[in-house]
Design a protein around this ligand. Structure first.
Ligand code: DHB
Ligand code: FE
Length: 270
């Protein structure tokens, strides 16, 4: 496969391959868009409306979001075909560098009393052999009970390591549906089309073994009312949707819900 644009150039050969790939992608993209202009007889005024929209989108820092919403699942599916194991999902725009959480709690501050605590645990396996992936690294990030990501800090973000038997456990809260685009150009675009701009509540997860990234996915919450209409089309699937068990005896400050999710690592990183 040709070097991917942005993967870094290690020599003149790679730099040439990067250039060729970028140029080929640029040409193919413009050619497809020209077809759209012809098909819909798009006027220059309409093209300028699109340009002004992209200016606003950039100023709002939302270009990643729109590209992810429109295209990331297509990339995931194209690269996931022969991988096997747990289904991959989009990384989304808000991944960061997260601290290790030795006690498994993803909190920077005490969670709000209105949040429902959740214990999520499971085992990481090698999909091909069924052998537990001892010491696998699991990196989680998610929105809070209001559907907001902590973008300045690391609340509800963190890394844990599986034990000798591949078992992991975190304590977090049940995230709400993500609906942060109401007041930005993405909200404006989706409203103009009569569509929602909400993502079904989810927990992001990356799993690595050694220094190799093996899986990027998302776990969906059955409490969401957007599972059937996530605005990232194709993201939600039942195999990635958690089953929540309500704890009858939970005292104040203890997790009210528990869920298990076993991870099966396929052959290639995505
Ligand atoms: C967007 C937000 C997410 O949390 C995600 O996982 C994917 C896309 C967005 O802002 O569009
Ligand atoms: Fe997300």
């Amino acid at each position: 496969m040709t070097a991917r644009v942005g993967e870094g150039s290690t020599g003149p050969k790679t730099a040439e391959a990067d250039k060729a790939r970028l140029e080929a992608i640029w040409r193919a993209t413009i050619n497809k868009l020209k077809e759209v202009v012809r098909e819909y007889e798009i006027t220059q005024d309409e093209l300028h409306v699109a340009g002004d929209f992209l200016d606003r989108l950039g100023k709002a820092g939302m270009c990643r979001s729109l590209i992810d919403v429109a295209l990331a699942m297509t990339s995931v599916e194209a690269l996931d075909v022969a991988k096997g194991g747990t289904r991959s999902n989009l990384e989304g725009p808000y991944y960061g560098t997260h601290p290790v959480r030795p006690n498994g709690r993803l909190f920077e501050r005490e969670p709000s009393p209105s949040a429902s605590l959740l214990t999520l645990s499971g085992t990481v396996y090698e999909a091909e052999t069924g052998v537990p992936a001892a010491h696998a690294r699991l990196d989680f990030w998610q929105a809070d009970e209001n559907g907001h990501y902590d973008r300045a800090g690391n609340h509800l973000r963190g890394v844990v390591f599986a034990d000798d038997a591949g078992h992991y456990e975190i304590t977090t809260i049940i995230p709400s549906d993500y609906a942060e685009h109401d007041h930005d150009p993405i909200g404006e675009l989706f409203r103009a089309m009569g569509r929602t701009n909400t993502r079904a509540a989810h927990i992001h997860l990356k799993v690595s073994t050694g220094s190799t990234l093996r899986l990027t996915t998302q776990l969906f919450l059955p409490t969401s009312s957007f599972l059937e209409r996530d605005y990232v089309e194709g993201a939600v699937s039942s195999d990635l949707t958690l089953f929540l068990i309500e704890q009858e005896q939970a005292d104040a400050g203890e997790p009210r819900y528990a869920a298990t999710f076993d991870v099966f690592l396929g052959s290639e990183a995505t």
